[in-house]
Structure formats: C-alpha cells, structure tokens
Design a binder for this molecule. Structure first.
Ligand code: 3HC
Ligand code: NAI
Length: 702
C-alpha cells in the first residue's frame, strides 16, 4: 500500500496497519496511506475494517514538524471523511497514546476498542492549538460538554477505562494481542448486525446546558491562561458543537484552528515541545552510551528538598533510603513527606492505598554504613561547601563502586565536591527545583570529570521520575539561578525608580509569569537572598542595590512565613495585599539616597527584568555552560514558570529581535549606572550586528 501504511485481508476483515516510527504521527505519507487503504477496502471482500498501529503507540497526533509548511494533500479532514463515510464499519484498535489528530482519527471511526493501558487525549492546547480535525465537535457529542471541555482545555490524556465510562471507547480488549482482539471485536459487531455508528449524527440539546456555562468556563480559563489564546477559542468551538449543525461546527473549528496555527503563541509552544526533547540529548554523548542500573536511591538530608526528592523516586516505585543527622530530624522529614502525600490524596490525585505503597518504599537511617548497596545518592543538606565535601568524603568510603554520587546544591562548585572523593567521575549535580515533587525541571550538572555513563544514566532516570532534564556545566548558580540574578536585582531597582511592588508583579504576571519577582521573593523568604548577599564580596557598594530587600529583612519582614515582606498577607488565606507602609517607605528611601522617582511603563518593567536574563543567557551560551539556547528556554519554562506561550527567554528575545534587545541594553547602560549592571554580552552584540537570532546561531553551531 505504502511504506508506512499496509493493508491486508484477514478472513472477512480488512486490516490497515500504520508503521511510521517513532509515534505514527499523521505525516503526509501516513494520511495518504490510510486514505488509499480505506478506499481500497470499499471494493474488496472485507465486511469490516480494523485500523491499528505497529510500534509503541497508536497515532500520537498530527505531524508537528509539518506545521508552518505549505499544506500537503490529502488533508486530515479528507481522510476522516473517507473513514466516516465508509460503507463498512471501521474499528480503531488503540494501544499506547491516541492523541490529538490520532484520537480524532479514531473518533471518525464507527467503533473504538483499546487495551487497558492505552490513553486517549486531545493535547493540542499544550501546543497553543485546538483539536483541528473534529475533536471539539465529536467529543462533546459523546462524552458531554463538561467532560469535553475538561479534556480539551487541560489537554491531559485519560486512561482507557475512564474513556470507556465516558463512551469514548466502546470495548476494552485483551492486551496480549490487540490486533487479534480487534478482529474478533469486529466479527462480533458484524454478527450482531451493529449499525454504522457515526458520532456526527448525535445532536446535543442546547436546553441541557446550564445557563452561563460557557461564560463561566471562559472566565475560569482566562485566569489560568498565562498568555495563551487557545483556551478561549476552545470554548467557542464547544459552544459551536452545541449550537450549530456538525458541518458548520467543523467549519468554525477549522477557522479557529487556522488562526491559532499561525499565532506566535503556538509557535512558541511548539518550540518548547521540541526544545524539551532536544534538551534530553547530550551533544557529545553517543546514543548508545551504556547505562548504570538504578534500583535503590539514598537521599542525604530530609529537609525541604530531600523529602520532595524522595517522593519523586517512590512515586515511580524505586525504594529510597533517607539519611538524617538524628532520629528527630529523620522523623520530621518523614512527617513532611506523609503530610504532602495526604494533601495529594485529599485533592483526589492519589488513592490512599497507593499512598501507603509509596510510603512503604521510603525508609530512614542515621547511619552512613547503611548506604553500601545504593546505586544513586542525592545529597540535599544545608548549602555549605565544607559540609558537602565532608559528606562526599564519607560517601566515598561507604558507597559501592559504580554508585552515582549527586549533589542538589544550588550554587556550590560540583568539581570541588567531586574532588573530596576518590571517584570524581561518578559525581555530578542533580539540581531539583522547589517543591521537588512538583516542579518539572531537573538541571543535570556536568562536572569536569563526570563520566559519560553517569550523565546518560542521570538523564534517563530524570525522565523516569517525570522530570524535564537540561544539562548545565559548572558555574555559580548553573543556568537558571545564575541568570536570575539580574532579574531580581532590576525588580528591586525599579522600586527605587518609582514603581510599587504591585505594579512590577502585575506587569510580569500579565505577561504570563506565574508570579512576579517580588511576590516570589516573599514566597521563598527574603532572608534567603539576604543571607546569600552577606556571603558575597563581589557586590558593588551601591546604596540602591537590594535596598528594600535588605531593609525589610532587618525589620523582620521575611516574606510569607512572617506574614509580611514586600506585601502583607492575610493570616488565614495567605492572600497577598499591597502594604501602604512599604510603599511609603520605598518613597522615603529613594529620597534618602537621592533617586528621583518617575512614572515607569509596563514595557520598561518587562525590559528591565527580562533583558538581564537574556544577556546572561548569551554569556552562558558563549561559555558553553548551556548546550543550546533552547535548553535555556526549557530551564525557564519548567523551572521558573516562564510562560510557554512566550517560548522561554531566548525564543522571546529572538522574537523581539536581538538588535532591539541589544540597543535597549546599551540605553540602560548609559542611563542606569554604566557597565556595572548593563554590560552587553559579546555574543548578543555580535548577533545583533549580524542581524541573526539565537536559533540561527544554534543551527550554525550544530
Ligand atoms: N509530530 C512529530 N513528531 C513527534 C510527535 C508529533 N505529533 N510526537 C512525538 N514526536 C517525536 C518527538 O519529537 C521525538 O522525536 P526525537 O526522538 O527526534 O526527539 C519522538 O517523536 C519521541 O517522542 P517522545 O520523546 O515525546 O516520546 P515519549 O514516548 O516520551 O512520548 C508521546 C510519546 C506521548 C506520544 C509524546 O511524544 C507526545 O505527547 N507527543 C505529542 C502529542 C501531541 O501533541 N499530539 C497533538 C499534535 S497536534 C494535532 O494533532 C492537531 C490535530 O488536532 C489536527
Ligand atoms: P533544609 O534546611 O530544608 O534541609 C536540609 C536538611 O539537611 C535538614 O533536614 C538537616 O537536618 C539535614 N542535614 C544537615 N546536615 C546533615 C548531615 N550531615 N547529614 C544528613 N543530613 C543533614 O534545606 P533545603 O532547602 O532542603 O536545601 C538543601 C539543599 O538543596 C541545599 O544545597 C540547597 O541549596 C538546595 N536547594 C534548595 C532549594 C530550595 O528552594 N529550598 C531549591 C534547590 C536546591
């Protein structure tokens, strides 16, 4: 039939098999192959048609690499029409993940069967899109408007059993041989004279939708949209499914899909999709680098980070041994883990028996001698280099040969830590983000001597525990925290220059940041930055620098934990409220040091906060700390909640134009204290002069 789609007649059943690795995406060749097979099956001896896939999954969606290119025939709607209008029943046989266009293909079929481990979903929103091949029209017709909205607006897949409950799957078949099971199911349907069920024939009675449902949905989604334009259009499509005939609903869906696919938001989110996968690849490591087995993990330190890291491993069934300084500290750590799991159960995201299984995988000790058999150790004790060196020397003595020794340090020198052992090749940084069981990013920090198989294994285990991994070389703060320095500094400088905390945070939150930098400071604790600054000798003697952050800490306002910081907090709800006392103080302090305050636009707030990130990002690239600009974007989107709809700081800079960013940095340099704070990175200057983007530079490097 074609090299990616085959067709065979097995008794009276025509079987269409798609084999287009890795995920059977709907490339032009796949679309053409399916169309030809369906057409051919109309005229042969088959009485029903089974559509299934080879390899690890059913069709995982449209081929995203084709987006942005000129359309190629046949389009997906043509293929779906052929399936839906088939004179013989077409049955989709689903395994793995039927996603996006893949799930939409199955919805055009007359019946769907699946193995129990399969998942189905419409994740287009995660690419800044909406389902463009009938998903928004067919899912509400079967599963109801509410379930459809949940599924399409979150983009989260659902398990086959749940899909069956919702009517999206008709039959669960034995997982040992899906093809045979699907053929048998097809025969059963024929034997029972089952009708050609076309979802398009179902109508939704508008009277069944409660008044105001769509307005409420729009409002709710707008609150969490974070720069995304797709959720609102998804609501419009589902509304169309209720109010318009099928063909008009499909037309509406197509129009809105067309608007989204050309939007910068979708381009940014597609960039992040590929960047995430690219980041997992280490440029100079062969694909077949051998891996070490990780069957048991130890965590040193059961505090804020250690507890969360332990949960990450227990969640995927890997036993964890947590080591603390004494029984009391150990118990405290265990209690926090327990509490966190209980919250997850309460939210309905985990059932109680699974919680117990996970807790059973976490044990504790205060004795280093117990670490002899672990395959990976992650140290998460206080941020103190001497202490960490001491611990690594101990680990060197007790851990078996080949164990991977990792530190979760935020700032310390991994190479210095590695030198405290006799096996620096086994040492690296595994930098989790807080809360470690929630945040998706894992910075994998490659020391001078880290062995290839240690890196490859760490990338693999990172993915296994559900993290998005990005590789960093050793420097102060690695990729993420190093870049953050200028962002936090400028937020505080802007206060002195005339902004209120609310003005700064709101501007950044409107841009799409989950939380503005001052509110974030309050959440993390202003004392953390204060203490870190105390230890630094490289900071200039500038009375404007971190003035408010320092004064607030000295007044006992350490942020949320003391009920007040840049903001004050409602003791019950923790709701943040602007504090006139702080606003007055900002004015007084500016006057004291002779800063003339002025009105500052939102645009300047964004430039002052983001351009230092971009500038430092350029330095990080030049120094080879990050492998590629897209890795930096991954770090910011998954570790610092930078909006995916803006594609991360480097993609955002490319969109603004590097010349514009460079010119503005020069303007700030001339106006805001010279090169001390605003020294353009040589790479930024070079690319600005050459009229290039970071993405083009990365292509030239590879
Ligand atoms: N198009 C093109 N390439 C795709 C792809 C797609 N839809 N989905 C995955 N790939 C590629 C990945 O880029 C990766 O390539 P690489 O090996 O060169 O890096 C490879 O397939 C394997 O992907 P993963 O590393 O993600 O493999 P996993 O096994 O971890 O996950 C998956 C598999 C769950 C299918 C995951 O890849 C995924 O979520 N894919 C995207 C699904 C999606 O978003 N579908 C909707 C597309 S939009 C659409 O369908 C529009 C329609 O409504 C018209
Ligand atoms: P924490 O203070 O909450 O916990 C540290 C724990 O280590 C305490 O429970 C302490 O009893 C234990 N400990 C101290 N000395 C020990 C020893 N010799 N043996 C065993 N246990 C010992 O600290 P937190 O916040 O969890 O930070 C830990 C590490 O993670 C630090 O290096 C920090 O820089 C890093 N980190 C912290 C993040 C955060 O947001 N808190 C984010 C990312 C990294």
């Amino acid at each position: 039939m074609s090299n990616v789609v085959s067709y065979e007649l097995i008794e009276n059943i025509g079987v269409i098999s798609i084999n287009s690795p890795p995920v059977n995406a709907l490339s032009q060749a796949v679309r053409e192959g399916i169309l030809k097979a369906v057409v051919a099956a109309q005229d042969d001896d088959s009485q029903a048609i089974v559509l299934c896939c080879e390899g690890r999954t059913f069709i995982a969606g449209a081929d995203i690499t084709e987006f942005g290119k000129p359309p190629m025939e046949p389009g997906l709607p043509t293929v779906l029409d052929a399936i839906e209008n088939s004179s013989k029943p077409v049955i989709a046989a689903i395994h793995g993940t039927a996603l996006g266009g893949g799930f939409e293909v199955s919805l055009a079929c007359h019946y769907r069967c699946a193995i129990a481990s399969a998942k189905v979903g419409l994740p287009e929103v995660k690419l800044g899109l909406l389902p463009g091949a009938g998903g928004t029209q067919r899912v509400p017709r079967i599963a109801g408007v509410k379930a459809a909205l949940d599924m399409i607006a979150t983009g989260n897949p659902i398990a086959a059993a749940k899909a069956k409950e919702l009517g999206l799957i008709d039959e669960l078949v034995d997982s040992d041989d899906l093809k045979a099971g699907a053929i048998q199911y097809a025969k059963n349907l024929l034997a029972s004279n089952a009708p050609l069920k076309r979802i398009r024939d179902i109508t939704i009675d508008p009277a069944t939708i409660e008044a105001g449902f769509f307005d409420a949905a729009r409002k709710k989604l707008a609150l969490r949209a974070r720069g995304q334009i797709a959720p609102d259009k998804i609501v419009s499509c589902i509304e169309a499914a209720v109010n318009l005939p099928m063909d008009e609903g499909l037309k509406r869906e197509r129009e809105l899909f067309g608007e989204l696919i050309t939007s910068p938001e979708s381009a940014a989110m597609r960039h992040i999709f590929f960047a995430e996968r690219q980041a997992a690849k280490i440029k100079d490591l062969p694909r077949d680098t051998p891996l070490r087995d990780i069957n048991k993990v130890a965590i040193i330190g059961g505090g804020t980070m250690g507890g969360g890291i332990a949960m990450c491993f227990a969640n995927v069934g890997i036993p964890v041994l947590m080591l603390e300084i004494n029984d009391e500290a150990l118990q405290r750590g265990m209690d926090i883990i327990n509490k966190n799991y209980k919250i997850t159960v309460k939210k309905g995201k985990l059932d109680a028996s699974k919680m117990q299984d996970r807790l059973d995988l976490i044990s504790g000790t205060t004795n280093y001698e117990d670490l002899g058999e672990v395959d990976l150790v992650i140290e998460a004790v206080f941020e103190n280099l001497e202490l960490k060196k001491e611990i690594f020397a101990k680990l060197d003595r007790v851990c078996k040969q080949g164990a991977i020794l990792a530190s979760n340090t935020s700032y310390q020198d991994i190479d210095a830590i590695a030198e405290a052992t006799s096996r620096p090749q086994d040492v690296l940084g595994l930098h989790f983000f807080s809360p470690a069981n929630v945040m998706k990013l894992l910075e994998v920090v490659r020391g001078e001597k880290t062995a290839d198989d240690v890196l490859a294994t760490s990338m693999k285990i990172g993915k296994k525990i559900g993290k998005v991994c990005a590789l960093s070389r050793v420097c102060y703060g690695f990729i993420g925290n190093r870049m953050l320095g200028g962002y936090g500094r400028e937020a505080q400088m802007l206060l002195m220059d005339g902004c209120t905390p609310v003005q700064i945070d709101s501007a950044l939150e409107r841009f799409g940041m989950a939380m503005g930098p001052l509110a974030m400071g309050d959440l993390a604790g202003l004392d953390v930055g204060y203490k870190a600054r105390q230890g630094r000798t490289d900071l200039p003697d500038d009375p404007k620098l971190y003035r408010m952050g320092t004064l607030l800490v000295e007044m006992g306002r350490h942020g949320q934990k003391t009920g007040a910081g840049f903001y004050k907090y409602d003791p019950e709800t923790r709701k943040r409220m602007s504090d006139p006392e702080v606003e007055a103080m900002i004015k007084e302090e500016a006057a004291k040091i002779g800063v003339e305050q002025r009105d500052i636009s939102d645009e300047e707030i964004l430039q002052r906060c983001f351009y230092p990130l971009i500038n430092e990002g350029a330095r990080i690239l030049e120094e080879g700390i990050a492998q590629r600009p897209s890795d930096i974007d991954v770090v910011y989107v998954f570790g610092y909640a930078f909006p995916a709809a803006k594609g991360g700081p480097m993609h955002y800079a490319d969109n603004i134009g590097l010349k514009n960013v460079y010119d503005k940095i020069c303007e700030f340099r001339d106006r805001e204290g010279g090169e001390l704070y605003w020294k353009p990175a040589p790479l930024l200057e070079k690319l600005a002069n050459e009229g290039k983007t970071f993405a083009q530079w990365a292509k030239e490097q590879s």
